[in-house]
Design a protein around this ligand. Sequence first.
Ligand code: NAP
Length: 258
Amino acid sequence: MSTNFNNKTVFISGASSGIGLASAHLFAKAGARLILLARREDKLRNLAAELKAEHNTHSLVFAADICDRSAVEKICANLTAPWSEVDVLINNAGLALGKDKAQSSLLDDWEKMIDTNIKGLFYLTHALLPNMVKRNQGHILNLGSIAGRQVYAGGAVYCATKHAVKAFSDALRYDLNGYAIRVSCIEPGMVETDFSQVRFKGDVARSSQEYIGIQALTPQDIADVLFYCASRPAHVNIQDMLINPTAQASTSLVHRQS
Ligand code: NAP
């Protein structure tokens, strides 16, 4: 087991907020150099400056939309050593949009979820995997969800995207069998981040309802899990981990204090 990430390169997509941001702090503290990708450049630059001041972290910042295949390919193709030697890839960028029944949902929302949660994750993995194979080293940590195991009303396409992340993670393990490359699928239940504000498109009243009466997970809780998986000895691959708040038994059974 090594909790020392000195001289290790950790690539985090969706590092500008929530789980990705909390993970950046944790891996920086452990000595990693970081590649930080998200669309909001100001947030990434502030984070990089903060981590430099706190831990002397070296970061590369990429303000990019993960749905833009050629942008993702260009970013990865232009990485030079040691940045090109990605030891840990945290495929975290993702979102839900809307919670209406399928028959009343917007097709544009469905496309955005598919493009981000599935295709964006595939683009980044596809771009970085050859070098992991060449080095016979690496760890891919995909952010799935409890929604990748169970479905719920109003979540048809979000659940479908997270089922895809789960299937992709499982199949990658088949293709990479024989290489020293680990693949983990981390599947949180309710985590209080900007996730619901994004889902309800800035409707603060609606998004805060999601967390009323329940102590949700924090982004740090999930960052801890990601760090735990990445810091196991090289022969240990934690394939899946489902993490719920204690008050959440399933996607639809949540105990709320009145
Ligand atoms: P969050 O606070 O909204 O963070 C989402 C991150 O993804 C942001 O950094 C955002 O950055 C980035 N992102 C979204 N679309 C992007 C795009 N097109 N290109 C590049 N970056 C993009 O939400 P979170 O809760 O931390 O979510 C992180 C992951 O955990 C997601 O995959 C989500 O599905 C999963 N998850 C969340 C929960 C939960 O309850 N919160 C539960 C299970 C799984 P920019 O906006 O700056 O681009």
